[in-house]
Design a protein around this ligand. Structure first.
Ligand code: F0G
Length: 463
């Protein structure tokens, strides 16, 4: 382990407890389902210190900044660098880290021009060690799994959680069990779980079926569940928002837009924003909005048809397989944070997702389909007047472009919507396609291709 370059001052450590999001009762331990034993609602983690005045905003900001120059393993993690706002493990040596977090905040000049939003940014969580935002939560939850003495961890997944869990388990000397819907996750994500050594079960059901089975499994077998029902995951995922605000010099954007699936990430970001406001780290709250695919729009319907009072489940279907979820576990937490921040929830079509994904690719960044719902959602919000062009907007890109190469290849080859109800309308996306061309190894032929491409310049094509 490298020796520290500097040793920043230590602030008081967190002494966390669990709080029920329904009846707000406090407990110091949680069962394997992470639900309140009194009312059955989900638990969240809290610490009396986070709103007791014990932590001064200016001290936190300077300690976190100083740690950026440190070589301590904990400080090199973009998650544990913010450890005053995380549950503290018994010892620092317990921490399982892959230097997660530290993700870039990019400008999106082409999308800015196209949408008219001049201050438009992408917080790219796909630049994490396993290529998705899951790593920020997994470092915390895997640490607490090992500390609790478990030798097996388990999750149901649409692919990214399983890749991340398998990596952190391998790193921490734990064994991992992955339950994924057979044929409905990308090979790229599945291959990660295999390489990291997980016991990988492809169940003949959907994500919701996998999660149901996992809930029963944890009652029968000594495995520790690492789905986002696990509140330690959400604590780690809070750091996305802390790092983002630090990158913006603690000036809150007007809007943060995030994809919604099982709704853990939106809940975590919202929790972080509220805690930051209470601690005086930010002067006011950004609006946090969630975008879903039309075919997996449980939260949209929950808010629209039930006023957020009860969950409206759906039979989920979308090519954005990461968010192909019909029965989101953290729906209530998400409803709470959307309402508390004045955000909104929208749905976007398969064509809008494909278009937005290719536009983010054209920025030289790229993302997986589920992440692209954010840009598609922004366009809808602009049309509705909920977002105004003069406002500052941050899109949270949750997964790396390389996570779903099948989608990308099918899009560029023109096969993505073949045989679907979107086939005829998808012709409008043709100018965005860049299919590979097979040529003879002949200089004149390649020069001809170059000249042809020059004639149909990308700026004209994308205008
Ligand atoms: N984006 C990506 C790339 C995801 O993998 C997920 C969820 C989401 C967005 C939605 O986040 O569930 O917190 O609302 N993937 C989970 C998985 C469900 O198993 O990998 P959420």
């Amino acid at each position: 382990m490298p020796s520290p370059a500097i040793s920043p001052p230590d602030l008081p450590q967190a002494a966390f407890c669990f709080r029920c999001i329904g009846c707000v009762s406090i407990t110091h331990s949680a069962g394997q389902d992470f639900r309140c034993s009194q009312c059955g609602n989900l638990l969240e983690i809290t610490d009396p210190q986070w709103n007791s005045g014990a932590l001064r905003a200016s001290d936190l900001k300077s300690v976190w900044r100083e740690r950026r120059g440190s070589n301590l393993a904990l400080d090199l993690s973009g998650v544990w660098r913010f450890r005053e706002l995380l549950p503290a493990p018994a010892s620092e040596r317990q921490v399982i880290t892959l230097r997660e977090g530290n993700t870039p905040l990019y400008e999106l000049p082409q999308s800015s021009r196209r949408t008219g939003v001049s201050r438009l940014f992408a917080k790219h969580q796909g630049m994490n060690p396993t290529g998705s935002f899951k790593d920020a939560g997994m470092t915390v939850a895997a640490t607490f799994a090992r500390q609790a003495g478990y030798s097996w961890v388990a999750c149901a997944s649409t692919g990214n959680t399983s890749a991340s869990m398998a990596a952190y388990a391998a790193r921490g000397g734990l064994r991992s069990l992955v339950l994924v819907p057979d044929g409905k996750i990308s090979w790229s994500k599945l291959s990660q779980a295999l390489d990291y050594g997980a016991l990988t079960c492809q169940l003949r059901t959907d994500f919701d079926g996998c999660l149901r089975l996992l809930q029963e499994l944890v009652r029968r077998a000594p495995v520790y569940q690492l789905n986002s029902i696990n509140p330690f995951r959400l604590e780690g995922q809070k750091t996305l928002a802390l790092e983002l605000l630090e990158q913006l010099d603690w000036q809150p954007p007007d809007h943060i837009i995030v994809p919604g699936g099982n709704l853990g990430n939106s809940s975590a970001i919202g929790k972080a924003l509220l805690e930051m406001r209470d601690l005086g780290l930010i002067p006011h709250l950004p609006k946090l909005s969630v975008i879903q695919a039309e075919g997996a729009n449980a939260l949209v319907r929950t808010l629209r048809e039930a006023g957020g009072q009860h969950l409206v489940s759906v039979e989920a279907d979308t090519r954005a397989t990461a968010i192909r979820i019909g029965n989101p576990a953290s729906w209530q937490k998400a409803v709470n944070v959307i309402k508390a921040t004045g955000g909104a929830c929208e749905e976007v079509s398969e064509l809008e997702i494909a278009q937005a994904k290719s536009e983010i690719g054209a920025e030289g960044i790229g993302c997986e389909p589920a992440s692209a719902v954010t840009l598609a959602g922004l366009k809808k919000f602009l049309r509705q007047g909920f977002v105004k062009p003069e406002e500052t907007v941050v899109l949270v890109l949750t997964g790396n472009l390389l996570k779903d190469p099948d989608f990308t290849m099918e899009f560029h080859r023109g096969d993505l919507f073949r045989g679907t109800i979107y086939e005829s309308a998808s012709g409008s996306l043709n100018p965005l396609r860049h299919p590979p061309i097979v040529l003879d190894p002949n200089l004149d032929v390649v020069i001809q291709a170059l000249e042809q491409a020059e004639k149909s310049s990308p700026t004209n094509v994308n205008a």
